[in-house]
Design a protein around this ligand. Structure first.
Ligand code: SAH
Length: 244
């Protein structure tokens, strides 16, 4: 369970925050850290602030994009201090911890944190199934990055300490799809929507974001995503036939 949970930090500016996050993780028995294009890393400040959680830093996986960091995850939680214009399903830290515990028994889950100044972009948010908000002062709601990691890691630790409810074994075709497979589907969907003139690439509005939210809510399994892919391929085949 602990080993199926990863913490992802997106474009962190201050290496000290990376170190402090690593320490917070190790205190709460989490060990998998992913860094998406850290601004200044590796850096001595990270090791200084890790206060001995060097193994977490040494094993950290550095990647170029959030997509890469979560490719093999079936569920993604984005920690966010702000409410968004397009509302996204949201959990409290304690609720999120329960869901993460369940999912992490069978597959990988990511908990994603944004940049110190600007948090997560809307495109990054689209890759998240849920937002997690740490309740705080309305007038001063944004926690320090490593402090936010600490709060959520603590909530997880509390829940993961409790005995596990047995989960039923599922068939391969009932397994939830990974984010990598979902992103490939979204790309295909977008291409087809453009081809059939449903989506105007010049004026996309919020269509793809709304569709991401819809599919993320449904969390299709393998069999379902195969059906959805098959529908797109059939549409393309039909269009090719007509164009002949
Ligand atoms: N000004 C930024 C805040 C960035 S703080 C913004 O408006 O989004 C850096 C990161 O710490 C955030 O992206 C988020 O992942 C996490 N964080 C900070 N405060 C939080 C809170 N109250 N709830 C959940 N996550 C929080």
């Amino acid at each position: 369970m602990f080993s199926n949970i990863r913490i992802v930090l997106v474009e962190t500016s201050h290496p000290g925050n990376i170190g402090a996050a690593a320490r917070a993780m190790k205190n709460m028995s989490l060990e998998h850290l992913y860094l998406v294009s850290p601004v200044n890393y590796p850096h001595a400040d990270a090791f200084a602030r890790a206060a001995g959680a060097n193994d977490v830093l040494n094993n950290a996986v550095v990647v170029d994009s959030l997509e890469q960091a979560i490719a093999d995850c079936t569920q993604v939680f984005g920690a966010s201090a702000r409410m968004r214009t397009l509302k996204w399903p949201q959990y409290s830290p304690a609720e999120a911890a329960k869901v993460i515990k369940k999912t992490s028994q069978t597959s990988s889950v990511a908990l994603v944190f944004g940049r110190e100044r600007t948090g997560l972009s809307n495109e990054e948010l689209q890759l998240c199934h849920y937002l997690v908000n740490i309740p705080s002062n309305d007038q001063f709601s944004s926690l320090n990055l490593a402090a936010a990691v600490q709060v959520l890691a603590y909530e997880l630790f509390q829940v993961l300490q409790q005995p596990v409810e047995k989960v039923e074994a599922v068939n391969a075709d009932e397994m939830p799809v990974t984010q990598d497979e979902m992103q490939r589907y979204f790309k295909h969907l977008e291409e087809v929507l453009v081809k059939i003139d449903f989506l105007d690439p010049e004026h996309p509005k919020k269509l793809m974001r709304r569709l991401h939210r819809l599919y993320n809510r449904a969390q299709p399994d393998q069999r379902e995503i195969n059906i959805l892919r098959g529908i797109l391929s059939a549409v393309e085949k039909e269009m090719q036939g007509r164009n002949r």
